[in-house]
Design a protein around this ligand. Structure first.
Ligand code: FAD
Length: 448
């Protein structure tokens, strides 16, 4: 065999696993057809967060007068935000490229396909590589609605490539990606309308926090049309028409550009069927060790459709590596935080209240609000709440949902508590610094 492991795809699943495998002394090859860093670094997490930050600075400057800071007429050049985003991406890309040049890692540039249980073919058979283990980490790509004119819309990648913004935009889909773009564009003065199929935005999130965020985004100028099914996109002289069915009634809205943000689907490399790798509705099927139906072939990250988040891809890579090296993994794949980087942020871990009800779990739910938190009040960011769900059987935390400033960071202490199997009493008893936003989490824990 040429290698111990061949990893296909250098996203956060693949490159983190390659780095760790090499650290553990495994001879590792990683094959990438595009830029290292994958969707996350090049067209996903990082560029969106760079733009979210620009939008946040803009909102802060606009609200500075409330603190006696006069900035005169505020102008915002979106092309500068696009340059900031590109610089951040480039810097991190260089960092990942450097990581992939570490001893023990061979980075192969090309398109990989599966040619057997231990063989990977590069660029249609130009050369082949063999390994004891193959890890498929090929990620995902945007889904499109099967409607006339869908090709007239933009994908998230195309939206990120814009260097100037239209006056009026439609965001099709009120999921995480749609909400982050809606928040960014609205800050830059774009008239944004979100068309969402479900009754509430962000379907996987707790209804309370999702509703809270929608209300705040509405205040920021974003319009929402919910329970609406987009049926067609048409071209007009000045842009596009988005046709949709609102509770059975056909309607239309005009915009210059429309972003299709209705989810993502796995990117499957060639050769899976011939090799006997089973693929299900969500993606490549895997067991709890991330192994596919073919022993020795693993699938991690978005491609297995289990949890389409960058840190979940990385964690799954660690689970697969532990299995390959015959070690026990301590990673708990059931406890994964997720966040929406709007202003305010949304973050969650564990079950929602609706899921607890559906599963008839014996739980208690308590809420607290940022308006009574000294730090949030000082920051002028009092919109939002913390909602905690605790098991009545053993007082462990079943879920936590936060809408508020720095929610994506705040959720982490709850993740830690859940990982350690701590009770809500442990969280309440731990001394929290004052004045901090984390006291809002502790205040809710104290209610139990
Ligand atoms: P990817 O990152 O998609 O990497 C797969 C790699 O495989 C790619 O580089 C691709 O070129 C390569 N590849 C594919 N096929 C082949 C082949 N045949 N041969 C060689 N190479 C191949 N997640 C978060 O956790 N937080 C966020 O804030 C967040 N924001 C997002 C914002 C946007 C706009 C989008 C689109 C996604 C966001 N995500 C976020 C999701 C996150 O990007 C993905 O969950 C993550 O990138 C998945 O990692 P991965 O390693 O599985 O795949």
């Amino acid at each position: 065999m040429d290698y111990d492991i061949i990893i296909i795809g250098a996203g956060p699943g693949g490159y983190e696993m390659a780095a760790e495998a090499a650290r553990q002394g495994l001879n590792t090859a990683i094959v990438e057809r595009g830029f290292v860093g994958g969707t996350c670094l090049n067209h996903g997490c990082i560029p969106t967060k760079a733009l979210c930050h620009c939008a946040q600075v803009l909102r802060s400057v606009r609200s500075a007068a409330a603190y006696g800071i006069e900035c005169g007429t505020v102008t915002a050049d979106y092309s500068a935000a696009a340059r900031h985003k590109a610089a951040v991406v480039e810097q991190l890309r260089q960092g990942v490229a450097q990581l992939m040049s570490a001893p023990g890692i061979t980075l192969v540039q090309g398109e990989a396909s599966i040619a057997g249980a231990h063989t990977v073919s590069i660029d249609g058979g130009k050369h082949t590589l063999t390994a004891s283990h193959i890890v498929i980490a090929t990620g995902s790509e945007p889904r499109n609605l099967p409607i006339p004119g869908a090709d007239l819309t933009m994908s998230s990648g195309e939206a990120l490539a814009m260097t100037s913004l239209p006056q009026r935009m439609c965001v099709i889909g009120g999921g995480v990606i749609g909400m982050e773009f809606a928040g960014i564009f609205a800050a830059y003065g774009v008239e944004v309308t979100v068309v969402e199929y479900c009754k509430e935005i962000l379907p996987p999130f707790d209804k309370d926090v999702a509703k809270r965020l929608r209300t705040v985004l509405q205040k920021q100028g974003v319009k929402f049309i919910t329970q609406a099914a987009v049926t067609a996109i048409g071209r007009t002289a000045s842009g596009l028409t988005v046709s949709y069915d609102l509770k059975g009634k056909p309607q239309q809205l005009e915009c210059q550009k429309a972003l299709m943000a209705v989810g993502r689907k796995p990117v499957l490399p060639e050769g899976l069927e011939q090799a006997g790798v089973a693929v299900g509705r969500r993606g490549i099927e895997v067991d709890s060790h991330m192994m596919t139906s073919v022993p020795g072939i693993y699938a991690i990250g978005d491609v297995n459709g289990q949890c389409m988040l960058a840190h979940a891809a990385t964690a799954q890579g660690m689970v697969a590596l532990a299995h390959i090296t015959g070690k026990e993994s301590s990673v708990k794949l059931g406890i994964v935080p997720s966040a929406v980087f709007t202003q305010p942020e949304l973050a969650m871990v564990g079950l929602t209240e609706e899921q607890c009800k559906a599963q008839e779990l014996d739980v208690t739910v308590k809420k607290g609000f940022f308006r009574s938190n000294g730090k949030a009040l000082s920051m002028g960011e009092t919109d939002g709440l913390v909602k905690m769900i605790v098991s009545n059987a053993d007082r462990t935390i079943v879920g936590c949902h936060i809408c508020g400033p720095h929610a994506s960071d705040l959720i982490q202490e709850v993740v830690m508590a859940m990982n350690a199997g701590s009770t809500v009493g442990d969280l309440a008893a731990a001394i929290h610094g004052h004045p901090t936003l984390s006291e809002a989490v502790q205040a809710v824990a104290r209610q139990f």
